[in-house]
Design a protein around this ligand. Sequence first.
Ligand code: G6P
Length: 364
Amino acid sequence: SAAEKGGFKHFMLKEINEIPEAIESALVGRVESDYTPSLHELDEFNLEKVKRILLVACGTSYHAGLVFKYFAEKYLDVDVLIDVASEFRYRPIRLTEDTITIAISQSGETADTLESIRAVKKAGGKVIAISNVVGSTITRESDVTLYMNAGPEIGVAASKTYVNQLIVLYLIGLYMIKKRGLWRQEHGEIVKQIVESPKTLKGIISNKGIETVADNYKNYHHFMYIGRGINTATALEGALKLKEISYINAVGYPAGELKHGPIALLDPKFPVFAVAPKDSLYEKMRSNIEETRARNARIVAVATQGDEEIKKIAHDVIYVPEAHEDLYPLIFAPVIQLFAYYIADKRGYDPDKPRNLAKSVTVE
Ligand code: G6P
């Protein structure tokens, strides 16, 4: 009913608007007053010694895991081997003393993720679960669970839970940095921005320009999302969100792969969504956008406030406030969600109940 949706047209829109409070809940008890993370429930895993992290998840949760891979490998002496659960579970599992597994599942009931956990446990490994549902099967079968505390999510396509997965994963990475004596001032700045992110994201969610831009793209049949580095995940998740609820054929690629195939698709009927923050890969990204422009594709870019240059190459720009470069996946999350939401709604589809999809997939 309308009351359940808190005055919003759909649960998805309501849940995107709940992101700021969801983040607050994810942070409760997990950040010290000196802006360092505290996740003492992980102390039994010998985080000082871990060399390999196996990361397993499906769908949106997999994309959150991809953000963690970039983040952890940048600051820690670890390899993060990430795979979708439906593949992971059928491949050999090599465990060493210094390997831990992280399984991410909003519902805690996804069959392939659960079977992956069982396979790791059977091989003698330890599993940290990240889940939103207290007492779900995956939480019961893992060694420890970090709850994302996003509150119930009704919309089938994940929104606020993706954001809270990112928050928990950043905190795991930062906690490992702290435990291993690698803490620098920069990390304190990252934590500070995470703590302030409810306010930052509230501002982004209220940006009416996202709907206006979405309106320009609602009639296309195809879409290509591109990003680099840690925002490869943003591109993949943006494309997933759009295809899930609007049924537009959206594909996501690391921008450097364009020239190896996908660029052949581009023409005026095939627009591009470019994830282009002012980060250390900005110049590379800008030349990728120029390549797509040369194929006469229409381009919408998400960019950092103050970047005037991007306006010269993109047809539409959605600006977000400047952030630490590794936090852009968090900053962009509501943008890709609202963009997909408005396109789905404008095309006349119910974003809460996409065809052929289930909130939690308990079959293999
Ligand atoms: C389903 C949902 C997706 C979700 C995926 C993984 O396919 O439609 O939105 O990302 O399952 O779900 P989980 O609960 O394991 O995070």
